[in-house]
Design a protein around this ligand. Structure first.
Ligand SMILES: [Zn+2]
Ligand SMILES: [Zn+2]
Length: 237
């Protein structure tokens, strides 16, 4: 193999594989193009402080329908829509791992605000995937997001607190009424990794009916977590 100077090798690779927007794949873009980038932002929507659903009236329809949720607070960057939706789908299903940073930064931005600013003893815990799904995808998207948030906020993160003890059908494929049963007893705290006394911030990519987050929170609180909050990139409903 011929050893080319770095710049020349990169130039050659750009000719063969021109850089493309990580979200819409337009050619000639390094990273995310400006059109897609404008959709990757935290919104100004009024949301429920508990489950992050959009508020249309004084009380939260999601909390009334599916709650009360065992977690204390929920935060998302924006609605699961437009280029944010495209980016999350590309991240998860086209395995564009580099999208972890722009998406993780959105979560970090939300957590910089009160009441998370100055949260005592915080611990970021990604929603775990079953080992078989990690093998097929190559990475846990929630873990990648938690790692970015951890770097940004200086909070400890651990992917070893929770584990998924059984394989479940992806929630997105099930009707709402089957989702609670699908994730019931699907998670456990790993021995030797106690969340005792910690203010846990559970990290996921999309929050929809909150059944997965609720089940994780129930297990974490049962293992002694002081509180559980939920932070996700987007709200699906
Ligand atoms: Zn784009
Ligand atoms: Zn709510």
């Amino acid at each position: 193999m011929v050893n080319l100077p770095n710049g020349l090798a990169a130039g050659f690779l750009d000719l063969v594989y021109p850089p493309r927007c990580l979200v819409c794949a337009s050619a000639g873009i390094e990273g995310v193009c400006s059109a897609c980038g404008s959709g990757l932002a935290v919104d100004a929507q009024l949301r429920c402080t508990r489950c992050a659903a959009e508020l249309r009236s004084g009380s939260c329809h999601e909390c009334r329908t599916f709650g009360p949720f065992p977690f204390t607070r929920g935060r998302v960057a924006a609605k699961f829509d437009g280029s944010l939706r495209d980016a999350i789908l590309r991240f998860k299903y086209a395995y564009i791992e580099r999208l972890d940073r722009p998406l993780g930064l959105l979560v970090a931005q939300r957590l910089r605000a009160s009441p998370f600013r100055g949260l005592e003893n915080p611990l970021l815990v990604p929603v775990p995937l079953h080992s078989s799904r990690i093998r097929s995808r190559g990475f846990n998207q929630a873990q990648r997001l938690a790692a970015v948030v951890s770097l940004e906020l200086g909070w400890e993160q651990s992917a070893n607190v929770l584990r998924r003890v059984r394989k479940t059908t992806p929630q997105a494929r099930l009707p709402a009424e089957e989702r609670a049963a699908n994730v019931l007893n699907a998670f456990a705290v790993r021995s030797g990794n106690s969340p005792k006394g910690r203010n846990v911030v559970l990290v996921d990519d999309v929050l929809t009916t909150c059944h997965t987050a609720s089940e994780c929170a129930r297990v974490l609180l049962g293992a002694g977590a002081a509180s559980v909050s939920v932070a996700a990139v987007a709200r699906g409903a």
